[in-house]
Write a protein that binds this ligand. Structure first.
Ligand code: URA
Length: 435
């Protein structure tokens, strides 16, 4: 590989030129070996945020990320699938989708993340289960998937280390929101883990980092195109993140909601999204012949209890206490349950899901820094959706907390996140389209 001057590459990108695969590979390799310092990488990332990456550059960056670590490969049969969500409030879909699909015979090597800011993370929800391990070496991860059909783990040092380092840098240099950077980051991990079929839940709305559908479409196109470059079938579902998903927000509480779902007690919006994402993967992989067949298989996996038994198997395989399935008190406790009551009568016109996520950071259901400790028992149960009619004094929900002062603050902030007006308002659609 020829030696380049990093300053010239930054300048080229800053002036809007496309970099070629060698130049991108050079920059990433030399960043990883320490020849290019954080400040030059930060400058390049900022130039990318302003000038963008075209499809070829995005593919080259994905390739360079992949080359920084090891990759997993599974045999073609049974199909290997995974789902990625761009993050939201109350999003516990992975906790249901992974055991459902694994119980139907799909291999699901799921690499998940932690919550930060207003959004939650699957790993934190799973770690509400006492003993549940999420850190495994790459070979151990592969063995878990081969033996149990599924494992839900954090990103290991061996898998796409360039993304791990660069994502941390993007987080503190305001360079996260670039479609090319997001695509390379997501797709490199999903390709490296060996998934051949990927369903992406691209959240749009107040609780998502994509505020509108137009920008979400551009990101979706790039995700699908990049997947195709690496032989991966990617389907993108646009879903509404103007309201928290389901009932619970908070790690232990969301785990309970997911377990209840697998016991056959689903809530409407989580059921719609789980079914749709599972269906997309069953269809993409050829495991279902049509949409009706996919839905019938998903229903049977839940009704027969096989998906719940698969979750139990996964919990045990990853060192967790499977008694949580019957004894929810093991998932964390809250000394206080504070009601949130409507102060005016009317219809819910909008919900600021982002503000709810931040309000719950106060009771330690979420974190502002990666090092912040979580309280697994803390969170909220929130009932109304956009369009719901409320009377004065009617419950919007309740805050579960162990710190009363923080809990009372959260009550006020969550109540203020609901805009209640006298005129009626139609409910919002959860599914906003697909690609
Ligand atoms: N999730 C990721 O894994 N990477 C991004 O860049 C954004 C969201």
């Amino acid at each position: 590989m020829p030696a380049y001057n990093p300053v010239e590459l930054i300048l080229a990108k800053r002036s809007g030129q496309a970099l070629d695969a060698d130049q991108i590979g050079y920059f990433i390799d030399n960043y990883m070996t320490g020849n290019i310092p954080d400040y030059q990488m930060s400058a390049l990332l900022m130039a990318v945020c302003f000038k963008g990456l075209n499809d070829a550059e995005t593919a080259a960056l994905t390739e360079a990320y992949l080359a920084s670590g090891q990759t997993l490969a599974f045999p073609e049969v049974p199909p290997v699938g995974d789902k990625h969500s761009t993050g939201g409030v109350g999003d516990k879909i992975s906790l249901m989708l992974a055991p459902i699909l694994a119980s139907l015979g799909m291999r699901v090597p799921m690499i998940s993340g932690r919550g930060l800011g207003h959004t939650g993370g699957t790993l934190d929800k799973l770690e509400a289960i006492p003993g549940f391990r999420t850190q495994f070496g790459l070979r151990e991860f592969q063995q878990l998937v081969e033996k149990h059909g599924c494992a839900l783990v954090g990103q290991s040092e061996e898998l796409v280390p360039a993304d791990k380092r660069i994502y941390a840098l993007r987080d503190v240099t305001a360079t996260v929101e670039s479609p090319g950077l997001i695509t390379a980051s997501i797709m490199s991990k999903k390709i490296a883990e060996g998934a051949r079929h990927l369903a992406i839940d691209l959240k749009v709305g107040s609780g998502a980092f994509m505020p509108d559908l137009d920008r979400a479409h551009e990101l979706a196109r790039l995700l699908v195109q990049t997947g195709a470059n690496f032989g991966q079938k990617v389907r993108v579902l646009f879903s509404n993140m103007n309201s928290p998903l389901g009932l619970a927000v908070g790690n232990g509480l969301e785990m309970i909601e997911a377990i209840e779902y697998l016991k056959g007690n689903p809530l409407r919006d989580t059921a719609i999204l789980t079914t749709e994402l599972c269906s997309q993967l069953l269809l993409s992989s050829g495991m279902a012949k049509d949409a009706d067949d996919a839905i019938a298989q998903i229903d049977a996996a839940v009704k027969s209890g096989q998906a719940l038994r698969k979750l139990e198997e996964i919990i045990i395989a990853q060192g967790g206490d499977a008694q949580v399935l019957e004894d929810y008190s093991r998932l964390g406790s809250a000394r206080h349950k504070l009601p949130i009551l409507a102060e005016s009568a009317g219809y819910v016109h909008s919900i600021d899901a982002r503000a709810i996520g931040y309000a719950l950071v106060r009771v330690k259901a979420g974190r502002m820094k990666v090092t912040d400790a979580l309280d697994y028992g803390a969170g909220a149960l929130l009932m109304p959706k956009v369009g719901t009619k409320l009377e004065v004094g009617e419950p919007i929900g309740e805050i579960h907390c162990n710190d009363l002062v923080a809990g009372n603050e959260a009550v006020k902030l969550v109540r203020a996140a609901y805009s209640i007006r006298p005129e009626s308002c139609p409910p919002e659609d959860l599914l906003l389209g697909s690609l």
